[in-house]
Design a protein around this ligand. Structure first.
Ligand SMILES: Nc1nc2c(ncn2[C@@H]2O[C@H](COP(=O)(O)OP(=O)(O)OP(=O)(O)O)[C@@H](O)[C@H]2O)c(=O)[nH]1
Length: 766
């Protein structure tokens, strides 16, 4: 019967001699040293004792999914198949499991462990046969016989061979691992991440990651926050490459353009503005409308004034903006607020179409707003509605009863005549326009007016455009933000909600917002504050960067080329109506396939702030004939970067616009001062004239430059330099600190002490 020494069996089982000897003693086998010899039946018993533990550990690993069952089986059957990394982890577990039983035991080195495992599974150090278990068992028996017969030399050689074979297997294992995972996994994470979340990203258990970090000397809890770089370094170990998530612009989140599905849209009331010439009855009409609804039983108040109000007509609400006039309307538009659906154009029946009526028409048209004409003061004996209708035809507003499409309603704000009809017409037009909005979402809208109330703080009237505004909503409007503390409707009643087209007064903003600013409901108070802060920062930047340039003749061509410009809007102001019409016709005729030239407003008189406002809101240029901008309008145009061109001859304006459209405007020249010289002595030379002996004080004088001569700071001559001399010679240039002789073209009336300024005209890029 074959005999096995204790140390040989210990090696075969991958346990320490001490461990094995302990086990043997427990079995009642007498052992004195690790050189002791064991009978085969004892060896089998010992192996039987160790096997369940090994198998249990293996089963556990399979259960954990660390080893796929197929692989395990294959490995039990085919020991010549290359190892997988998973086997390695299994070996680690086996080792740990065994070490647990014997805490003092030194861990065998990696290769030994691998070897032991191979031996355990195959029953032979490195069998090359792919035979069945039975065969293996037989071989095992042979091997033991062989071991017993081996002399120490042979044994060492065999061990070296086994080791080499195992090393080769290890290498193969690593290669297989690399082949199985050729590319690292890419994942994105935010700027910071908790250990737990990072574990999830790299597909590990949080506790495992904590352990790993601990081994590296980093004592972190599962909820500890890691910065991106630390997280990336850790992830790399797991073959995961991390990238930083792009920070989503909070402004984009809040201001994202709304694309609404048709199914979520519901009918909303129209928003109406009243416009017209001064004294034609805008305010009276708004009062009459409000009054008519109050007398029809609407409780509350005429007294309450919140910048907008809603009236009910046949159960259908209409919202009126309480600030009449096209300036207020365009000022809002200039700030980007498009809130009006319908404009009521008030024309006094006894006065007819007047300059501001024309402005109102053009402002409304430029905004693409539907116009309903209210022919007012019909109670007056001098009322002549037909004349009004006639005059309106000049502005492409043809009354319905004259075969056109413009609704004209004769009314009297004083006698209330026709007010009901006017309101009915508004609801009719609104229906035709199919005004709709989604009420079931966070609200958005516009600040209509705002002020600081001593007791209540910033108070703002807002018009909800979509969604439903609610008390408690975190709101942001320009640089103002806050949680809505309270809401009041136009009748002075406390309300909790306000849907589309509803005006309400709100409390709770951090500061007074600007009329025309949009308001948005944010996801949280924090987000509202962050957005407001971003807006403040952006405004600060804009102050430095300045307002963006609007369209100008100078860059018209490049804008046409880039496809940004499909329409050239122009406001024309002239000294007489004839010029306005002449210019309108000539300019509109320049329309070509690429650009439509559109005169959005034409009028007689100086260029006003209202003109600049319209131009700014409609991205238009202003052309003036024999008129100048009012001082305030000039400053306003500079501020708004509106291009204002002034001409005395219509032809020049047409020529400029034509050239601008073709990108062929004449180059622009700018004066550049070269230097100054003082005339110190005068000489007369026959055939030359007067030579001014001068001293160049600063800069330089060059041949053929232009000059202006100043006497007591008054320009007495401006023209060309005939010749520039140093002593008797003509020279190209004389620098500061040198004397020279100057001769001026066709000018000799000089005095000693006169100053000469040399300048040249240089072309500047447009
Ligand atoms: N007879 C008569 N007078 C009217 C009517 N509507 C307004 N008025 C008078 O016309 C004058 C001007 O009316 P407002 O309502 O102030 O006109 P407005 O267009 O608001 O004027 P501004 O605010 O200055 O632009 C007032 O004296 C009104 O009493 C009307 O239907 N009939």
């Amino acid at each position: 019967m074959s005999k096995t020494r204790i140390y040989e069996l210990a090696k075969e089982l991958g346990v320490s001699n001490k461990d094995l000897m302990g086990k043997l003693q427990g079995m009642g086998v007498e052992v004195s040293s690790h050189m002791g010899v064991l009978d085969a039946n004892i060896v089998e018993k010992v192996k039987g004792l160790y096997r369940p533990k090994v198998e249990a550990v293996e089963k556990e690993i399979v259960k954990k999914g660390n080893v796929d069952s197929k692989n395990t089986q294959a490995k039990h059957e085919k020991s010549d198949k290359p190892f997988h990394k998973k086997d390695e982890s299994k070996k680690e577990v086996i080792k740990k499991e065994e070490n647990k039983n014997e805490p003092n035991k030194k861990e065998p080195n990696k290769n030994e462990a691998v070897k032991t495992n191979v031996e355990k599974k195959s029953g032979a150090p490195k069998p090359k046969s792919g035979g069945n278990k039975k065969d293996d068992k037989n071989k095992k028996g042979n091997k033991k016989d062989q071991k017993v017969r081996e002399n120490p030399m042979e044994r060492r050689r065999r061990e070296r061979e086994e080791e080499a074979a195992l090393m080769a297997e290890l290498e193969a294992l690593e290669a297989a691992e690399r082949a199985a995972n050729p590319n690292p996994v890419m994942k994105t994470i935010p700027e910071t991440i908790t250990v737990k979340d990072l574990a999830e990203v790299i597909g590990k258990k949080g506790s495992d990651l904590v352990m790993n970090l601990m081994k590296k000397g980093k004592m972190l809890t599962i909820n500890a926050l890691l910065d991106f770089d630390t997280a990336a370094t850790i992830a790399q170990e797991y073959n995961v490459i991390l990238e930083k998530e792009e920070e989503k612009d909070i402004m984009e989140t809040v201001f994202a353009e709304e694309v609404e599905d048709d199914s979520v849209l519901e009918e909303r009331p129209p928003v109406v503005v009243v416009m017209g010439h001064v004294d034609h009855g805008k305010t009276s009409l708004l009062d009459a409308i409000r009054h008519s609804s109050v007398t029809k039983g609407e409780a509350g108040g005429i007294t309450q004034h919140i910048g907008a109000y809603t009236v009910q007509i046949g159960g259908k609400p209409i919202t009126f903006l309480d600030t009449p006039g096209h300036e207020a309307f365009t000022a809002m538009r200039m700030r980007g607020a498009q809130i009006t659906d319908i404009a009521i154009l008030v024309v006094a029946a006894d006065d007819g179409v007047m300059p501001q009526t024309v402005e109102a028409i053009n402002h409304a048209k430029a905004a693409g707003v539907e116009i309903i004409v209210a022919i007012n003061k019909m109670d007056k004996p001098s009322a002549n509605p037909d004349r009004v209708k006639q005059e309106l035809t000049e502005f492409q507003l043809l009354a319905e009863d004259w075969g056109g499409e413009t609704i004209c309603v004769p009314v009297s704000a004083i006698s209330q005549e026709g007010i009901d009809t006017l309101l009915e017409m508004i609801t009719l037009v609104a229906e035709m326009k199919e005004l709709r909005a989604n009420p079931n979402k966070n609200a958005r809208g516009v600040i209509i007016e705002a002020q600081l109330d001593k007791g209540r703080g910033p108070v703002a009237t807002v018009l909800v455009q979509s969604g439903t505004l609610q008390v408690g909503d975190p709101i942001v409007a320009g640089s103002a933000y806050g949680k809505i503390r309270a809401m009041t409707d136009d009748k002075g009643r406390r309300v909790k909600k306000a849907g589309p087209s509803t005006p309400v007064e709100i409390l709770g903003l951090s500061e007074v917002p600007t009329a025309g600013d949009g308001f948005y409901v944010a996801e949280s108070d924090k987000q509202a504050r962050q957005v407001a802060e971003s807006i403040i920062a952006r405004n600060r930047e804009n102050l430095i960067k300045d307002t963006p340039q609007k369209v100008s003749l100078d860059d018209l061509f490049s804008q046409i080329q880039s496809g940004n410009m499909k329409e050239l809007n122009i406001v024309v102001k002239a000294d007489v109506q004839g010029s306005v019409e002449a210019v309108r016709q000539s300019l509109e005729r320049l329309t070509n396939e690429e650009v439509r030239v559109r005169i959005i407003h034409g009028g007689v008189g100086a260029i006003t702030e209202s003109d600049v406002m319209l131009a700014s809101a409609s991205n238009a240029i202003i052309i003036g004939f024999n008129v100048r901008p009012e001082p305030a309008a000039k400053a306003f145009a500079d501020e708004e970067k509106v291009d204002v061109r002034l001409y005395r001859v219509i032809y020049n304006a047409i020529e400029d616009v034509t050239a601008a459209m073709k990108g062929m405007l004449d180059p622009v020249f700018e004066e550049k001062v070269l230097g100054h010289a003082e005339i110190r002595q005068l000489f007369k030379a026959s055939g030359v004239g007067t030579i001014a002996g001068s001293y160049v004080k600063d800069g330089k004088f060059v041949r053929n430059c232009q000059v202006r001569i100043l006497r007591d700071n008054i320009v007495i001559f401006e023209g060309d330099l005939e010749s520039l001399k140093r002593f008797k010679d003509d020279v190209k240039e004389v620098a500061a600190g040198y004397e020279c002789g100057l001769v001026f073209k066709k000018f000799n009336d000089l005095k000693e002490g006169d100053w000469v300024e040399a300048f040249t005209m240089v072309e500047v890029p447009r």
